[in-house]
Design a binder for this molecule. Structure first.
Ligand code: SF4
Ligand code: SF4
Ligand code: SF4
Ligand code: FES
Length: 895
């Protein structure tokens, strides 16, 4: 698999001079000649070339004449050398390229009228450009189409054997799911071993195929490319924030395409660190929820036991009157609101303004509370930033990456592509600590399968080792001698041997990883759900910050402690102030200057400092009757939280539950008023991705039924409650945000911030750090650990509304187990077991999964059938209120 040095942008090579069409050009010795030519702005035909992967040299189009050689050379595979004299144009070259096109067309079916690539086909373009007209004698291959994959069809009659699909899958994605195989006298692209395609279904092979040999099952034979409206927007599934093109026809989404395409084959290899332009399976094939027939089309009002369709006016009057009535009778503290981080920044901003100004309460929260808030709070407390300091490029070009508690290829697939590039192209050392056998772990230089629930201990081990081996950065620690002494004392009683025994990482391995991390010039830590969604999440992020501080990796370019976000706008939700503890701009809720600024701008009095409840407290107060009215925007706590949180009991007690959502969710079914909102495809706005990059979401189609963007509903609600808001568009809201948080709209570019821990380390750190390092604690361990987590094919519950994703990743209704465990318990695939935790038990089937670690079992959190989540215990973080409920001890008995 290794990268050919010719295209490694990091390679140390001499600078040389060569001549292209009479002009002297400088380049690195040994790089692809084609890259040198295109860097001069000259574009010559190249059908098998793409800048994101290594040259293959099969199409015969990129021909140039090199002085001293009789025949043309293929510039993509030729290496630039000092003194070369190259000519890129001339009749001889035109004729040679024309011959190459004719050769491809001589075995082509010429079925352009029924080909999805018609009008978007490089072979067509090349034939046209070179005046190829002698098509009558094309030989047919008569290869049957391979339609076995759930998303892609392979029509090898059209294939020009350019290998772009194979190369993108192998080089860029490091999945390597495709190969050439000689069949029926032709070299055909098949899934490895000629089996049905079993891969990540990202569709990047489809994107780079220059002809119609790979087709998208979802849009095949529906429309020609030029018949669709193409809107550039941002994916609404995860925090990676991939850019995509939504291709629509009226109110129908036909397909999703991406900046990665054979059309965009020219670029600088050093720039792929910012992203290669591809998508994952969710982004490319998960669009069907947008125009689903299950969308809510009209408002619903509870009449008796039923929700019945009513006109908007009736629904809004009811909601406004009842909110106003409850506020009048019981005060603003009787009202609360929850919102999903799938909403835009503008909607999140408006939501918190609505809660604080119209309802006059600080009882508000977003889905960032499910975990991201642990990172935000720790990063804000220690470094004053409250977000990730590094962007994708830093990640790609890091020399050491420590991934802890994150199955990135499943949760944030495109961030994982960055780490793959770090491994493959930039030769980074990557240590992966996870409780599952992850795809990234298989590629990492230092993969560690750690025991369930020991992520925090692993950090203890790394910090202790860094101190023991004196891997500390003198400059960093000498500024804060008291803090460092306190940290040393906090870890002094930790026994590395005990930590090793408990985690499964040996003392030697701790030494190796800590040394690599400390000694690398660019070291990055990436933590995710295994840290932030678990008990002690907040403290564990602080411990990672300790590790980065003592090894000198805070504030140094290309270094830092980072996380990834599950939903597309979790960072935006906290940035916009959707939390009782934060105001817009991540200002603390007691920041008097910001309070004054907001009060003036909003012409309102803000709820009292220190008031307000977060998610878990809101639900508790619903149960106790303190909160009587709840406004839920796109959230679905009933389906998300385990039974022990007694969400149903809380919602049942409410006098008013207003749910605003594109779909009738489980929570919506309990509502008094349901307001139909649009999806991200039907509105404008912005999302802030996990790098802090603010990205546009653009309206691609008309709203379905009578659904309305969330910001419009919020505006109407606020005005019904006595405000005078005059927002006519998302831009109007943006203009207001810009004034309150100057510089926030760094559209396209993540804002570089330099974290500094000086204040934190010299103010109370020494007293606080003592309780942070707990070392090995004795616990009665259950025989198995049940883990709930994400699957590549899904994101929250939203993706389960996309039939294509359900087809690829259905709910099997079974727990996944390691084959050795199944064998030990005498279980066959599909056998029924009794799965019991402290919270109860249920009967469920089992299925083999090689990626599940021994002594654990896994159930995807996207599904509630059977209700496995109700077996989970909930630990609420004492500092941040984050409810951790993804892991619990269980027994498994054969039935
Ligand atoms: S869909 Fe993605 S993973 Fe599957 S073969 Fe194509 S490029 Fe490879
Ligand atoms: S399927 Fe497409 S991308 Fe793959 S080798 Fe054939 S023409 Fe090239
Ligand atoms: S789900 Fe995430 S990784 Fe996949 S396309 Fe969307 S933003 Fe990108
Ligand atoms: S682009 Fe060079 S041979 Fe195809």
């Amino acid at each position: 698999m290794g990268l050919k040095p010719a295209t490694n942008p990091d390679v140390e090579a001499a600078t040389i001079e060569l001549t292209i069409d009479g002009k002297t050009v400088t380049a690195k010795d040994g790089v692809s000649l084609y890259d040198v030519i295109s860097s001069t702005g000259k574009i010559i035909p190249a059908m098998c070339y793409h800048y994101t992967f290594d040259p293959f040299g099969s199409c015969g189009m990129c021909l140039v004449m090199q002085e001293g050689k009789k025949a043309p050379v293929r510039s993509c595979t030729a290496k630039a050398a000092a003194g070369m004299m190259i000519r890129t144009e001339g009749d001889d070259l035109f004729q040679a390229r024309k011959k190459a096109v004719e050769k491809h067309l001589s075995v082509h079916p010429l079925d352009c009228p029924v080909c999805d690539a018609d009008g978007h086909c490089e072979l067509q373009d090349m034939a046209f450009q070179h005046g190829v007209t002698n098509l009558a004698n094309a030989k047919q291959k008569f290869i049957p189409e391979d339609t076995r994959s759930p998303v892609l069809d392979f029509n090898m009659n059209r294939c020009i054997a350019c290998a772009e699909c194979i190369n993108v899958c192998k080089d860029v994605l490091m999945i390597d799911a495709l190969q050439f195989m000689k069949k029926g006298g032709f070299n055909q692209v098949v899934a490895k071993g000629d089996l049905p395609l079993a891969c990540e279904f990202c569709g990047d092979c489809l994107a780079v195929c220059p002809v119609g040999a790979i087709t998208n099952k979802f849009s095949k034979y529906l429309y020609k490319p030029w018949q669709m409206k193409k809107t550039t927007t941002t994916c609404n599934y995860c925090g990676d924030g991939c850019q995509m093109y939504l291709e629509t026809k009226d109110t129908e989404v036909i397909r999703v395409t991406s900046p990665l395409s054979w059309k965009n084959k020219w670029g600088d290899r050093a720039d792929t660190g910012k992203g290669h332009g591809g998508l994952c399976v969710k982004g490319r094939f998960g669009f069907e929820y947008m125009d689903s027939s299950n969308r809510l089309k009209r408002p619903l009002l509870r009449k008796g036991n039923q929700l019945v369709e009513v006109p908007w006016l009736e629904a809004m009057h009811t909601a406004v009157d009842r909110f106003a009535d409850i506020r009048k009778k019981h005060g603003p503290e009787a009202i609360a609101g929850l919102i999903t981080a799938r909403c835009t920044n503008e909607e999140l901003y408006l939501f918190q303004k609505l809660m604080r100004v119209a309802f006059r309460t600080n009882n508000l929260d977003s889905s960032a509370r499910y975990g991201h808030m642990n990172f935000v709070r720790a990063s804000k407390a220690a470094l004053g930033i409250g977000r990730t300091p590094n962007d994708w490029e830093d990640l790609t070009k890091a020399k050491a990456v420590l991934v802890i508690g994150s199955n990135l290829t499943e949760t944030n697939p495109l961030t994982s592509v960055r780490i793959k590039e770090a491994i493959r192209v930039y030769k980074a050392q990557v240590a992966v600590f996870d409780t599952a056998i992850t795809n990234l772990g298989k590629l990492a230089s230092h993969p560690f399968l750690i025991k369930a629930g020991t992520e925090g201990l692993v950090i203890d081990g790394l910090v202790k080792t860094a101190i023991n081996l004196d891997l500390v950065d003198e400059e960093s620690v000498k500024k804060h001698p008291q803090a460092f002494a306190a940290l040393k004392s906090a870890v002094s009683s930790i026994s590395l041997e005990q930590v090793a025994a408990k985690t499964g990482v040996t003392v030697e391995q701790f030494k190796e990883v800590a040394t690599i991390f400390a000694e690398s010039p660019r070291s990055i830590i990436l933590c995710a759900e295994g840290i932030v969604r678990q008990p002690d999440g907040y403290q564990n992020v602080l411990k990672l910050i300790d590790l980065a501080w003592i090894t000198g990796k805070l504030g140094r370019p290309g270094c830092g402690v980072n996380t990834v976000t599950e939903e597309p706008n979790e960072q935006g939700a906290v940035d916009m102030g959707v939390a009782p503890e934060f105001l817009p701009g991540l200002a603390s809720s007691d920041d008097q200057a910001m309070r004054d600024k907001l009060a003036k701008a909003w012409d309102a009095t803000l709820p009292q400092t220190g008031s307000g409840a977060h998610l878990t407290e809101i639900l508790k107060r619903c149960r106790s009757g303190q909160i009587r009215a709840l406004y839920v925007v796109g959230e679905n706590p009933l389906a998300t939280l385990p039974a022990s949180m007694e969400v149903r009991a809380g919602l049942d007690r409410l006098e008013l539950l207003v749910v605003q959502d594109p779909f009738l969710t489980e929570t919506g079914q309990m509502a008094h008023v349901v307001l139909p909102a649009t999806t991200s495809a039907e509105k404008d706005g912005t999302f802030t991705n996990l790098e802090g990059r603010v990205l546009r979401c653009r309206q691609a189609m008309d709203a379905i039924g009578e659904s309305v963007p969330d910001w419009q509903i919020m505006t109407a609600l606020a005005n019904g409650l006595g405000c005078q808001w005059e927002y006519d568009s998302a831009n109007d809201i943006q203009a207001e945000i810009m004034k309150l948080i100057p510089g926030y709209y760094n559209l396209g570019q993540p804002k570089k911030i330099v974290p500094t821990a000086d204040h934190y380390l010299s103010n109370g750190y020494a007293a606080a750090v003592g309780g942070r390092y707990k070392g090995v604690r004795s616990e009665t361990a259950a025989p198995f650990t049940l883990q709930m987590g994400q699957l590549l094919y899904h994101s929250g519950k939203l993706s389960t509304l996309a039939p294509g994703l359900i087809k690829i990743g259905p709910n099997t209704g079974r727990i996944r187990m390691h084959p050795a465990d199944m064998e030990r318990l005498g279980l066959q695939d599909g056998a029924m077991v009794k799965l019991s935790s402290e919270r109860g038990s249920l009967q469920i089937g089992v299925q083999v999964d090689q990626s599940v670690a021994p002594n654990t079992c896994f159930f995807p959190e996207h599904f509630n059938e059977p209700p496995v989540k109700d077996l989970m215990a909930v630990h609420i973080d004492p500092i941040t209120g984050v409810p951790a409920f993804k892991r619990t001890g269980v027994t498994i008995e054969k039935v």
